[in-house]
Every structure is written in structure tokens, then in C-alpha cells.
Design a protein around this ligand. Structure first.
Ligand code: NDP
Length: 266
């Protein structure tokens, strides 16, 4: 009876289109603030062990200590965080090697990113390079470092955070937009490369989300943005986290761009 029951439940699990979150490991570069933090909280609440990456060690410690639902059955350790600059390939590789020693990575939600807005003709060269190194190279390096393990496991889901600005363009954001549209082409290609191993790669393109990144936008500009959304508000980090959870669970969706913008781009 017992044998029959477990065989039946295994079949039912395989047939489901949903990946379970419990007893998984989720790596979130940029998980210390904004969209990444909301995603870390949501995934932790579903029983996934979170590994945060960010540059601010104090902030990492605060999130680990106060913001994440503790794991029920932490086998020797709970959620983790590493000080790691995603724009530096060496730091990423070293960090992912450490994480792999602990456990295979089931989900990668790459949320680390920066914005340095300027009209192109006035754009500082260092800022231009930093945006590309952090947003684009950082995404490619974490994806590269994680992909091998996922291929070996024959499972996993990668979700890269782009932006509606990467689809539509925006005045003062040509370089940021370049970094974000490149993430889309990159993710679609990687989805083709990893699909035969059961690994999915998708992109979320958020509209304007209320985080540190958008905190310097003037009230007038915010009003204008809100007036152009169908839903009549800015997004919350939690709005994007829900989309990340959906894509992490979905086994048969890959190479897609999910726009989470309240109708801004309609
Ligand atoms: P926040 O500024 O609130 O958070 C950014 C996160 O990325 C922080 O945890 C930050 O930690 C981390 N980070 C930045 N640079 C690096 C780096 N070099 N190495 C490691 N971690 C880094 O931004 P949001 O949450 O708003 O944005 C998250 C993602 O969503 C970004 O890619 C952004 O471009 C994108 N996005 C945001 C939108 C919005 O309206 N907010 C709209 C569309 C897209 P620390 O500084 O400690 O390193």
C-alpha cells in the first residue's frame, strides 16, 4: 500500500505544471532592497531558503535578522547573505562556488541593478560603463555561474529583471534602456540553450515601482506616470514579487517577458 501510494503521488507531482518552493534554494542578487527584498520575503514565506547578494554588509545582516520568515527545518543553517558586487565577475564566481557547496540553486531572481539617468550627449562615461557593467554584465555573469549547476540538476528557473524602458525606450535613459533590452535578448537565447535540461529562463519588465530607485522622481512626474497607467497607481515591490513567484513555479513557460506595469505601456 505504502509503495503504491508513493508511486502515485510521484506521478501526480511530475504531471503538475508547478514547481514546489519548500526545501529549495533561491539566489537573489539585489535581494537587500526594493523588488529583490519583496521577492526574498515572498519566497521565504513559501519555505525557500534565500541567499541574498548585495554590496552593503550591514544591510544584508539586517535583512537576514529581521525581514525573512525563518525556515521551519533549517538543517544546520537558515537564510544566507554574501557581500558581492555583481559587476565583478570574480566576486560572483567565488560566491556562487560557496553557495553550490551548501546546496544546489533552484531559483535565480536577478534583481541587482542601478539607474544613472542622463541625456546621452551629457552622459558621464563612467556612469555609462557602470550601468552596463552592473545591469547587463552582472546579469550575464550570475546567469553563467548558475546555469551549469542547473543543467546538471536538470531543473531550475532563472528570472531576470528588465524594465518597460528596455522595451519602449525613455528620454534620459538611453544607456539604462540599452542594458535592459539586452537582458531580454540574452534571456531568450539562454532559454533556448537550457530548455532541453528543463531549466526555464524568463524576464520581468516592471513599470514604475515605488522603491529607492524611483524615490528621487518628482511628485509632478509621478502624477504624470500614474495618470498614464490603467490601474491608476505606481507598482509596489510586492506586485513584482508575485510575478516572480508565478514564473518560478511555472514549468512550461520559458523565454517570455512578463510586463508588470499596471497598464503603463498599453
Ligand atoms: P533598488 O535600488 O531599490 O535596489 C537595488 C538592489 O540591487 C539593492 O539590493 C542593491 O544593493 C543591489 N545592487 C545594486 N548594484 C549592485 C551591485 N553592483 N552588486 C550587487 N548588488 C547590487 O532598486 P529596485 O528594487 O527598484 O530595482 C530592482 C531591479 O528592478 C533593477 O534591476 C531595476 O533596474 C529594475 N527595475 C526597477 C524599476 C522601478 O521602478 N523601481 C522599474 C523597472 C525595472 P546594494 O546597493 O547594497 O548593493
Amino acid at each position: 500500500h505504502t509503495r503504491c501510494f508513493s508511486a502515485c503521488s510521484a506521478t501526480a507531482k511530475d504531471a503538475s505544471g508547478s514547481r514546489p518552493l519548500a526545501n529549495t534554494l533561491t539566489l537573489i542578487p539585489g535581494g537587500t532592497r526594493g523588488i529583490g527584498l519583496a521577492t526574498a520575503k515572498l519566497f521565504a514565506s513559501q519555505g525557500s531558503r534565500i541567499v541574498l547578494l548585495g554590496r552593503d554588509q550591514d544591510r544584508i545582516q539586517r535583512v537576514l535578522q529581521y525581514e525573512l520568515t525563518p525556515l521551519d527545518s533549517a538543517e544546520g543553517f537558515g537564510h544566507l547573505g554574501y557581500q558581492c558586487d555583481v559587476s565583478k565577475q570574480g566576486e560572483i564566481e567565488k560566491t556562487i562556488k560557496e553557495v553550490n557547496k551548501i546546496s544546489p540553486i533552484d531559483f535565480l531572481i536577478h534583481s541587482a541593478g542601478i539607474a544613472r539617468d542622463s541625456l546621452l550627449i551629457a552622459h558621464g562615461s563612467e556612469d555609462m560603463a557602470n550601468v552596463i557593467m552592473t545591469n547587463l554584465m552582472g546579469t550575464m555573469w550570475t546567469n553563467k555561474a548558475v546555469a551549469k549547476g542547473m543543467m546538471r540538476q536538470k531543473k531550475g528557473a532563472i528570472i531576470n529583471i528588465s524594465s518597460v524602458v528596455g522595451i519602449q525606450g525613455n528620454i534620459g535613459q538611453s544607456v539604462y534602456s540599452a542594458s535592459k533590452s539586452a537582458i531580454i535578448g540574452f534571456s531568450k537565447s539562454l532559454a533556448k540553450e537550457l530548455g532541453s535540461r528543463g531549466v526555464t529562463v524568463n524576464v520581468i519588465a516592471p513599470g514604475y515601482i515605488d522603491t529607492d530607485m524611483t524615490s528621487t522622481i518628482s511628485e509632478d512626474r509621478k502624477k504624470d506616470i500614474v495618470s498614464r497607467t490603467s490601474l491608476g497607481r505606481l507598482g509596489t515591490p510586492e506586485d513584482v514579487a508575485e510575478a516572480a513567484l508565478f514564473l518560478a513555479k511555472a514549468k512550461f513557460i520559458t523565454g517570455q517577458v512578463l510586463v508588470v506595469d499596471g497598464g503603463l505601456s498599453l
